[in-house]
Design a protein around this ligand. Structure first.
Ligand SMILES: C=CC1=C(C)c2cc3[nH]c(cc4nc(cc5[nH]c(cc1n2)c(C)c5CCC(=O)O)C(CCC(=O)O)=C4C)c(C)c3C=C
Ligand SMILES: [Fe+2]
Ligand SMILES: [Fe+2]
Length: 327
């Protein structure tokens, strides 16, 4: 049976127009694995409280990072796909969980090439319901509807995989200034409730489930160990919270604001929940985070880019893919 690969990332709006941002946010936030309240409550909250105003602010934020070629997240994901395609002997597709290119289109393209066995690679190092799980749900729903004769496997979360830790560590070492007071690992946050649900699921099914927060802490610990950093040289925090519910802590914005008063004036920051630079890294951290730090009295702020299309990252993905292709 012919094998193929589907890389899946989160997705971006089709353009920075408010209306395109609104449709993107509607699809994203109506996902029950993202806003996990009952459908009617979710619909009410999204349509009445979020969609009237947020798309205007989000569109403005997207305009700051958008390039002539489009959204950085999509551009880096396409580069990743092309570079991997040049190195593996099987079709490599690309899809986004929200908006375009859709998961249905990605699967269709592979199907049209005769592929009947697919390895889906959710481009998220850490597993949680709003990352890997929603990709699995969507792929399986489309498979059930349109591609019943296709066998699908998923790459596991790789937050602690030695190959990933090595490339992440190397990418950080290359950009880490000689003098820095703290290296901050800032991960996308999630509501605390999502981790509690994961724990409850583990207990019900008598299996060990690592919370998303613990996976993030473990990524930081392993990278720090790889780089030979002591505990007081690095810290972990969580960004991008939405709504009034408690999200996993500590929060990145508060952490950045508090650092200068603790004598941390030279800050380096990396964002390992994202394999590709995107709105959350380029605008929220590299621009807004830097401004917050400087306003609070910080002096030097170094943003360390995501893995994007680095050659060593491509080599790792190619190694994992070949491992599956040669099974
Ligand atoms: C990397 C992991 C991510 C997790 C976990 C995650 C959870 C999560 N996100 C929202 C709400 C929003 N996130 C937004 C942007 C965004 N989120 C991720 C990744 C994760 N999200 C990425 C890569 C991006 C950037 C996309 C891009 O086009 O560059 C946005 C949109 C922007 C905005 O309006 O702020 C929202 C909204 C929730 C509620 C959530 C967990 C429940
Ligand atoms: Fe998000
Ligand atoms: Fe954000």
């Amino acid at each position: 049976m012919s094998k193929g690969i589907l890389l899946v990332n989160l997705g971006s709006p089709d353009s920075t127009d408010v209306q395109d941002v609104r449709t993107y946010l509607r699809e994203f936030l109506m996902d029950p694995k993202v806003l996990d309240s009952p459908w009617l409550v979710r619909k009410f909250v999204v349509e009445c409280f979020i969609l009237p105003k947020r798309p205007v602010n989000s569109a403005e934020a997207y305009q700051k990072i958008w390039t002539d070629e489009g959204s950085p997240l999509i551009i880096y994901s396409k580069k990743l796909q092309q570079k991997i395609q040049n190195k593996v002997d099987a079709p490599v597709g690309l899809a986004m969980r929200y908006k375009n290119p859709s998961i249905a289109a990605g699967l269709q393209e592979l199907y049209d090439k005769g592929v009947r066995e697919i390895l889906v690679i959710p481009l998220y190092p850490q597993y949680t319901m709003s990352t890997t799980e929603t990709v699995v749900d969507k792929v399986m729903a489309v498979q059930k509807k349109k591609f019943k004769d296709v066998d699908i496997k998923f790459l596991k979360a790789f937050y602690n995989h030695p190959d990933y830790i090595k490339v992440l560590g190397d990418s950080i070492r290359e950009k880490l200034p000689l003098q820095f007071d703290k290296l901050l690992f800032s991960y996308h946050g999630i509501p605390e409730r999502h981790d509690k649900k994961a724990i409850a699921f583990g207990k019900r099914n008598n299996i060990k489930v690592e919370t998303y927060r613990n996976q993030c802490l473990e990524t930081s610990r392993l990278v720090a160990e790889y780089l030979g950093l002591s505990e007081d040289q690095y810290h972990t925090s969580f960004q991008s919270r939405l709504g009034k519910d408690p999200w996993i802590q500590p929060y990145t914005d508060q952490t950045i604001e508090d650092f200068p008063s603790q004598g941390i004036k030279n800050l380096a920051i990396c964002t390992p929940a994202f394999v590709a630079d995107c709105l959350e890294t380029l605008e929220e951290i590299s621009m807004e985070g830097k401004a917050l730090f400087s306003k609070a009295g910080g002096e030097n702020f170094t943003y360390i880019p995501c893995l994007n299309d680095r050659n060593d990252w491509i080599e790792v993905l190619v190694k994992w893919i070949n491992g599956w292709l040669n099974q």
